[in-house]
Design a protein around this ligand. Sequence first.
Ligand SMILES: Nc1ncnc2c1ncn2[C@@H]1O[C@H](COP(=O)(O)OP(=O)(O)OP(=O)(O)O)[C@@H](O)[C@H]1O
Ligand SMILES: [Mg+2]
Length: 268
Amino acid sequence: MNPPQIILQVEDIFLAFGGVVALNRVSLAVRRGELFSIIGPNGAGKTSLLNCINGLYHPQRGRILFEGREITRLPAHQRARLGIARTFQKTELFKNMSVLDNVRLGRHIHMKSNLLDGLIYWGRAEREELAHRAFIEEEILDFLEISHLRHRIVGMLPYGLQKRVDLARALALEPRLLLLDEPMAGLNLEEVEDMARFILEINENPRWGVTCVLVEHDMGVVMDLSHRVAVLNFGSKIAEGPPEEIQRDPVVIQAYLGEEEAAYATRR
Ligand SMILES: Nc1ncnc2c1ncn2[C@@H]1O[C@H](COP(=O)(O)OP(=O)(O)OP(=O)(O)O)[C@@H](O)[C@H]1O
Ligand SMILES: [Mg+2]
């Protein structure tokens, strides 16, 4: 039997901001097709890890490989071109632009025609533009059930729908690896269920078939969706395994209990 194919490899990365160590010798390997979750208390380094993977942060030590190729020094836009997309903990959308325009921006790397092409090969540029528009409207917005909102200004939408537009923007890249930073945060129960359904579909349906790295605080969602889970605490990986093992792991329980005790102490 062939060993499972590794799409993303994080090797021994170290990241510090002045004296604050955000990631301390973190390693992990994500398999192609997997839904891999990263959990941990506040400030554990989860967002920093996603930032290192998509190129917003550059670790001081260690390596990152995507599809076997080292990407440690590549800037974020080049990693996007290779097929790494992400959503943000606090959506990073253009709030005064329409849903459609935001999602189109997520697709710009696929739009080959520039202005000059547009002038010389007018027909081709127009055909290409129409194809992109059809893809965005008929595939992505339909799938995420936000077609009817395509001309709405993003900043005017309820937060739950803005999170969905952020997902649409990431999906417009047609990524092979999708990094999701707390996609459920701030959503109500029904919105969480919808979001979970979309993520599952993006991961499992061969139409998308996207490998996902999910950072999430909602334990129910993590345990339901994930194939494997890694746990960060104070910048270090303290556990990794299938969800049912992680739930029972005394080291993990202690890390979370520590957080609850700390919260309790500050409440008193
Ligand atoms: N740009 C930055 N400058 C300085 N310190 C940073 C920066 N980004 C992250 N940190 C620090 O790194 C540590 C890890 O932060 P990070 O945002 O990665 O945690 P997190 O696990 O995503 O937390 P949360 O669950 O609250 O989102 C924290 O101590 C944070 O203050
Ligand atoms: Mg975070």
